[in-house]
Write a protein that binds this ligand. Sequence first.
Ligand SMILES: [Zn+2]
Length: 201
Amino acid sequence: MERLAICSKLFYDRDVIEKHKKILELEKQIDNLKNELKEPRSFFHSRDQWDFFKQVMYDDIKETIERCIFNDHEYDHMEWIGLTPIQEIQIGGCIEKHLVRLTEQKIWPDRIAHDVIMYSLKAMFESLHSTNQWMYIYHTMSRSELADMIYKHITWLLDDETHSPNILEKIPIFECKQCQEETDFINEKDICVVCEYENGI
Ligand SMILES: [Zn+2]
């Protein structure tokens, strides 16, 4: 009887330990998902560093769009379908790659690149199709102008510094050179709004 009790206790303990391990594993997965769903933040030492990051990203997006439009096969298909599936994958993939580099996350960049930006671009082409404007645009605009139209659409959504809100404006965190506090916004001298107001810098 005593042996049976020891044996049952052993199995019971093992079961509790396994369940406890499983709970810890699930809690970790929930924390990871919570982090992925939060709007990400990323630290930059200066405004120049942030501007440089954006410039590298935008240059790559521009080159990718031009490569897609100057590809004869894709350009020919554009006449009938607007944005082609290959163009969608390549441009969306390029945006996602830079957003992953910026945030070190996967879910947010994937959602922004494909469900927000590329979906918006597709909506623009669909509206041009449904109002019978696309044929006119395709035959009157040059390839460079078409590429520029797509580039402007994407960078307007991301942040072209002409309007707020936009997708990227809440991502960078800076350290004010004057008070060393972390802040969402610094001026061209890397000073926060409070120090700018108080010291007139
Ligand atoms: Zn400050």
